[in-house]
Design a protein around this ligand. Structure first.
Ligand code: PFF
Length: 492
């Protein structure tokens, strides 16, 4: 077969712009939207949070998105190759992205596995088998210490990723996301409508949408909401770590980059607000607190659906199924950032692309890195694997007194803090400064965007943002997260 040698060295491309959009929106829409956004909005200012979040999406999110798509498409390479091609000196920014991908996967895969376990739990519940042993809140505590179960579902989630990414850009990622993302949208819509009819749900909308800017009326309050919203926006749009650069590198030159860089954040924000419209009213209807961490997605939502009777179990299954889709379409983009990097290296050396082998190696590595997250029961002192603060000689009493930095209170937070708190904002900060000051918007971004024959619009806006607003925004995120995750507890 004479097609084979060519195929073996081919990187692949997206079949259509719609397919690319579904994959990129799939990367953006993830646990950050369905879990992070509702609870941060619920606990950090409601409406005021939403206003600041939207401003940040426009002034920082869209801009960084355009920067990453440009870098990917112009070079036709993943993050490491792309930075190296633009300036050898900045190849390390690409490696930073790869490091972020691994640290993010370490906890994302474990959470994805937990979501699958809840999804299957609701299936058993629908079938009348006791799916949730220790229900009414006990289930979550039970599974955290069920180590073989934790590892089983961790592995199962990773296997789902392997199957999709092995299929390649068009035959795997695009094919899956083109079906899964519209399905996610309609299932979420269904859950929102169902929740809206629950008595007491109205309080949730009120808390969310009453125009109250009091939470940001003091300087301290403003900074607090700003740094939370900025960190959330950034994580939610999958920026600063090479996933969007990789996806952009498979995009045809005829596609309109500027339009795409608006559509992706718009869809991501829409789904985040929709998720808040499902989760917050559901919690309000059952008198549950909004401001819990992992407890909100697992404990609280499980109890909410179980208290809705037998149809509630069906809606519960649908909810966890859509969260699973959100999680897996995000984690495949993290894996793809790693896979693209190695494929580029192989092609440069004239070797076969070897997508399958690379993906299997990446999967095993991410499984190993994620093991402490799966086995430390969210930092419980009684768990099989000790949380970082215990290993460092701190005590549970110090944890209760708020003296343990969040960065080390559990392995999940440890990996979250280094990726979301440091590597990702640092990556985007450097990228923005490089585009704004070194490579220049007019020399790099404008010509690449105009490849498609579309005139570049808003030059002044984008250039100003690359040079000033985005770096400033990233410094706020970086400073805010370093304070929250490392320093705050030390001052307690
Ligand atoms: N955007 C994803 C979420 O909101 O959960 C998380 C994420 C995925 C971040 C992929 C970065 C990334 F490259």
């Amino acid at each position: 077969m004479d097609k084979a040698p060519h195929m073996e060295h081919d990187r692949g491309t997206w079949g259509s712009n719609f397919g690319f959009l579904m994959a990129a929106v799939g990367s953006a829409v993830g646990l950050g939207n369905i879990w992070g956004f509702p609870y941060k909005m619920g606990s950090k200012g409601g409406f005021a949070f939403l206003v600041i979040y939207l401003l940040l999406v426009v002034f920082v999110g869209v801009v960084v998105m355009l920067g990453e798509l440009t870098i990917g498409r112009k070079t036709g390479l993943g993050a490491v190759g792309a930075y190296a091609k633009l300036s050898k000196k900045y190849k390390w920014v690409g490696y930073l992205g790869i490091l972020s991908a691994f640290t993010l996967l370490a906890f994302y895969n474990v959470l994805g596995g937990l979501v699958m376990r809840y999804m299957f739990g609701f299936i058993l519940e629908i079938l009348g088998v006791d799916g949730f042993s220790g229900a009414e809140g006990g289930f979550f505590d039970y599974i955290l210490f069920d180590y073989s179960g934790m590892i089983f579902f961790h592995v199962l989630f990773i296997v789902c990723n392997v199957v999709i990414v092995m299929g390649g850009i068009q035959g795997g990622i695009e094919k899956f996301c083109t079906v899964a993302m519209p399905a996610l949208f309609f299932m979420l819509l269904f859950v929102i409508i169902y929740v809206a009819f629950q008595p007491g749900a109205g309080q949730g909308y009120k808390d969310m949408l009453t125009p109250d800017l009091k939470p940001i009326s003091t300087f301290g309050g403003f900074v607090d909401v700003l740094k939370t919203a900025a960190g959330q926006m950034f994580f939610s749009l999958s920026l600063g770590m090479g996933a969007i650069i990789s996806y952009g590198s498979y995009l045809d030159k005829k596609e309109n980059l500027q339009k795409n860089s608006l559509i992706i954040p718009a869809c991501d924000t829409l789904i985040a607000v929709m998720a808040a419209c499902a989760v917050l009213p559901a919690c309000a209807a059952f008198g549950m607190e909004y401001n819990q961490g992992p407890g909100l997605l697992f404990n609280t939502m499980q109890n909410v659906f179980l208290s809705m009777g037998s149809f509630g179990s069906f809606v519960g299954f649908m909810f966890y199924f859509l969260v699973f889709i959100a999680a897996v379409t995000s984690s495949i983009s993290l894996f793809e950032a790693i896979v693209t990097w190695r494929i580029d290296v192989n092609r440069e050396k004239g070797k076969k692309t070897n997508r399958t082998t690379i993906m299997c190696v990446a999967a095993v590595c991410s499984l190993i890195v994620g093991l402490p997250v799966a086995l430390d029961a969210l930092g419980s002192p009684d768990a099989a694997v000790k949380a970082p603060y215990l290993l460092l000689g701190m005590t549970p009493e110090q944890l209760d007194a708020g003296q343990v930095p969040m960065a080390i209170d559990a392995w999940l937070d440890f990996f979250d803090v280094i990726s979301e708190g440091i590597f990702m904002p640092l990556g985007a900060l450097v990228m923005s400064v490089l585009i704004g000051w070194k490579w220049k918007t007019k020399n790099l971004v404008v010509p690449e965007c105009e490849q498609s024959g579309h005139k570049f619009w808003g030059y002044g806006f984008f250039d100003f943002c690359f040079k000033f607003i985005t770096p400033l925004g990233m410094l706020v995120v970086l400073g805010g997260q370093i304070y929250d995750f490392f320093i705050k507890a030390l001052l307690a």
